[in-house]
Design a protein around this ligand. Structure first.
Ligand code: ZN
Length: 276
């Protein structure tokens, strides 16, 4: 596991901070701030880097912005009992795009204020998507996952549990896509994710549901009792997102991750979920 940080530091002109940053031997991007106000310094750094303790200290002392992201290597993924499936290939917007995500045929909106929802009908695509060599795709704003027929054939072969095939409709014609179908996941875990205190969350005043900001740092912890036995696909009980963005995490079993790696399919990646 490697935790990466994108650190953004506002360094005033001729400040000690700026001199100190300039002396660091690491790759950085700088942007001149208007009016000679100094530099905006962007640093991409992993926690195993020898400079990390210095930068980590700067994040608090220089009040820098810190975006985190975690990458797991293949061995860690193959050894994990459960994983999060993270879409990495987005194509187009769900349709109709206006008023998204409210007023949709695909969603029953449970709360118009925080936009938690239940999918009740097929998703609509703007047009036939071009996937190139990708096997999975998602859409901008939406968390539903779509696959090419080869994926569904192989899931059938290994008798995967907990996934359904839903058509994806081309919006104008209403005809199902010939290239992708939705990998629909009906099963939802019980509440069981253990959140770190630092993860920002907001409880909706209208419905009382708490949405968490994206979980980006390290392994997600999930209590074993939250899982439904004999399933390969589940959605998290907990909601993530902010504003009108709302999603449940897609959870997959070890054998699904192995299948994807063995086949070399792309368009998604995995993050380890530690079952506790
Ligand atoms: Zn709400």
């Amino acid at each position: 596991m490697e935790i990466w940080h994108r650190v953004t530091i506002n360094a005033p002109a001729e400040s000690d901070l700026l001199k100190m940053i300039e002396n660091l031997t690491l790759k950085k991007e700088t942007l001149q701030l208007p009016g000679g106000g100094g530099l905006l310094v962007l640093i991409d750094i992993k926690e195993s880097d020898s400079n990390w303790p210095v930068i980590s200290n700067l994040i608090s002392t220089a009040n820098a912005a810190d975006m985190k992201e975690t990458y797991f290597n293949e061995e860690e993924i193959r050894n994990a009992e459960w994983l999060r499936l993270i879409p990495t290939f987005e194509r187009g917007y769900p349709q109709p795009k206006s008023h998204w995500p409210l007023k949709q045929l695909s969603y029953e909106i449970i709360c118009p204020q925080c936009a938690i929802y239940k999918q009740i009908a097929p998703m609509h695509l703007a047009k036939e998507p071009f996937l190139g060599k990708k096997s999975f795709m998602s859409m901008i704003w939406a968390s539903e996952i779509f696959c090419v027929p080869e994926v569904f054939q192989n899931l059938k072969t290994i008798q995967a549990h907990g996934n359904q095939v839903w058509e994806a409709l081309i919006h104008k014609s209403g005809i199902p896509s010939e290239r992708v179908q939705q990998l629909y996941i009906p099963g939802i875990t019980s509440r069981g994710i253990i959140f770190e205190d630092e993860l920002i969350r907001k409880t909706c005043p209208a419905c009382g549901i708490t949405k968490y900001y994206p979980h980006l740092k390290g392994e997600m912890l999930l209590k074993r009792e939250a899982l439904i036995p004999d399933m390969d696909f589940l959605l998290s009980n907990e909601w993530f997102g902010h504003g009108l963005l709302a999603w449940r995490e897609i959870l997959v079993s070890n054998r699904i991750a192995k299948l994807v790696l063995d086949k070399g399919w792309s368009g998604i990646r995995f993050k380890v979920v530690k079952i506790v």
